[in-house]
Ligand binder design. Structure first.
Ligand SMILES: Cc1cc2nc3c(=O)[nH]c(=O)nc-3n(C[C@H](O)[C@H](O)[C@H](O)COP(=O)(O)O)c2cc1C
Length: 186
C-alpha cells in the first residue's frame, strides 16, 4: 500500500522532524567513489544499512541534490567505509568541505572495483549500484556487494543529537569498573 499525505494528515515541522530524528543514533559512513578522471569523491551518510543477504544488498539514502550521488550514478559503484572513533575530523571534512578538497591529506587504496577504501576505517563494503529509487526528497541507493572486509578492531564513530561520539561497549565499562580505572583521579 502506498501512503501519501492527505488533507487531514498533520503537517510535520522540519525543525521538529530533525530534532526528534536526531535522537536516533546513527553510524557515520563515508560513501566513496571516483569520477571520470579517477579522482576520489565522497560524502558522509548516517543512513547506511544492510538490506538482503541473498542476494547480498546494502543501501543508503542520498539527498537528491547531492553531487556525490551524481558521480556514483555515473560510475555505477561505491564503497561504504565505516569510520572509526578517531576519524571525526575526516568526517567533518567529507561532510562539509568543498568536494574537490575532501580527500586532501587522506590516504586511500582503490578497491577491486576502483572505489576508495579509506585508511584507518573499521570496515568497508564495496558495491556496484543495483538500483536507485526516488523516495521523497532523497534517493535510496541499493548496492550489490562485490567485496567486504573488517579492517580494524577500533571502535566506531557515532552521531547522536547533532554531535559526534565514540562507542563504548558495556563490557568495556564493566572492565573499567572492575579494574578500578574509574576511581583514579577522583
Ligand atoms: C553524521 C552525518 C550524517 C549524514 N547523513 C546523510 C545521509 O544519510 N544522506 C545525505 O544525503 N546526506 C547526509 N549527510 C550530509 C552530507 O554528508 C553532506 O550534505 C555532504 O556535503 C553531501 O555532499 P555532496 O552534495 O557533495 O554529495 C550527513 C552528514 C553528517 C555529518
Amino acid at each position: 500500500m502506498t501512503h501519501s499525505r492527505t488533507a487531514d494528515a498533520p503537517a510535520v515541522d522540519g525543525r521538529r522532524f530533525r530534532d526528534v530524528l536526531g535522537n536516533f543514533p546513527t553510524s557515520v559512513v563515508a560513501i566513496t567513489t571516483t569520477d571520470a578522471g579517477r579522482r576520489p569523491q565522497g560524502m558522509i551518510v548516517g543512513t547506511f544499512t544492510s538490506v538482503s543477504l541473498d542476494p547480498p544488498l546494502v543501501s543508503f539514502l542520498a539527498d537528491s541534490s547531492s553531487t556525490t550521488l551524481r558521480t556514483i550514478r555515473a560510475a555505477g559503484r561505491f564503497c561504504a567505509n565505516a569510520l572509526a572513533g578517531d576519524q571525526e575530523r575526516l568526517s567533518r571534512k567529507l561532510a562539509t568541505g568543498p568536494a574537490a578538497r575532501r580527500f586532501e591529506d587522506t590516504a586511500w587504496q582503490p578497491s577491486s572495483l576502483g572505489s576508495p577504501v579509506l585508511d584507518g576505517v573499521v570496515a568497508w563494503v564495496d558495491c556496484t549500484v543495483e538500483q536507485v529509487v526516488e523516495i521523497g526528497d532523497h534517493q535510496l541507493v541499493v548496492g550489490r556487494v562485490n567485496d567486504l572486509r573488517v579492517e580494524s578492531l577500533k571502535s566506531p564513530l557515532l552521531f547522536f543529537r547533532g554531535g559526534y561520539g565514540d562507542y563504548l561497549s558495556s563490557a568495556a565499562v564493566l572492565l573499567d569498573r572492575l579494574v578500578g580505572w574509574d576511581e583514579i583521579g577522583r
